[in-house]
Write a protein that binds this ligand. Sequence first.
Ligand code: GLA
Length: 347
Amino acid sequence: MAIEKNIYGVMNGKDVYAFIITNAKGTKAQIIEKGATLDKLLLADKNGEIIDILVGHDTLDGHINRSDYQGVVVGQYANRIKNGAFCIDGVEYNVTKNEKGITCLHGGGEYSSAHWKGEEAGSNSVCFSYTSPDGKEGFPGNVQLKVTYTLDDCDCLSIDYSAISDRKTVINLTNHAYFNLNGYNNGDVLNHLLQIDADRFTAIDENSIPTGELPSVEGTPFDFRKEKTIGKDIEEDFVQLKNGMGYDHNFCITDYDGTLKTIAIAKGDKSGIVMEVKSTEPGVQLYTGNFLDGSVIGKGQLPINKRSAFCLETQVYPDSPNHPEWPRCIYEANEEYKSKTVFCFSK
Ligand code: GLA
């Protein structure tokens, strides 16, 4: 186990460091202080070749100016809030509407753009801290955040999230890594196998806002309970797929109880790399890179193409601040929010 700390660039006059955690197998996770971004994940494929399975950027300029949330931590409320508005105890809060001027997406971008302070937290862990000021992007509370990345010798990368606000507020944190288990430069993900442990999903309207319905996946393209390729049903004539331009939906984890459990398994068809996702969260957003269009240049000077990656963003359901009947996202002043997601790799 070893942690390296290198200068990655300068943002707003402040040095941005990259931390590289290397485990006994030689697997490496690189995380940078801008957005507490998971920047690189290098591991051996079935032939022993080392590949980077994260689609994204390899310069700070790319992360700052051309990012579509690749690898970042998003908050204060990951995913969407309808009309950028919600109420807590009869007080209405209006937050940044950064999507089409009508929706708050990924908390308006504050957390993902922020400079997080990284510190070694043991031989295989790095902890990133950031304090979000009260009222930033419209969200109540000075929120103290810690996100800890740990890479163990079994090739499990854990992300532990903790947040404490001094006012009652909404909290929903996730990581927005774009995975291509065949390697970032190895085509689309349509032939990846995927299984998600969800009986239901969050139906959305044409603006990707939850309608409030939680339809059964049974008999629909959303049934990933048995593994199938990501591409098998993605072009089906199904209104929910049209609304998301592909998969861009929250899957409701079956038998959610807040404990850490396996919620999804993905496999790279060419690399043989298997990724098991464990989480304490009630939902996971499957996003299949529908809005990527090749116009942005990413790692290795290559265009980031449509469906060149998939995201599995563990979370509470989108727009939960407006759905008190769903798993909760509101935290009392000084009550700690905790969440954990683990990505375990094998071949
Ligand atoms: C999330 C959203 C998508 C998209 C991406 C970033 O996955 O659900 O609609 O906005 O983030 O582009």
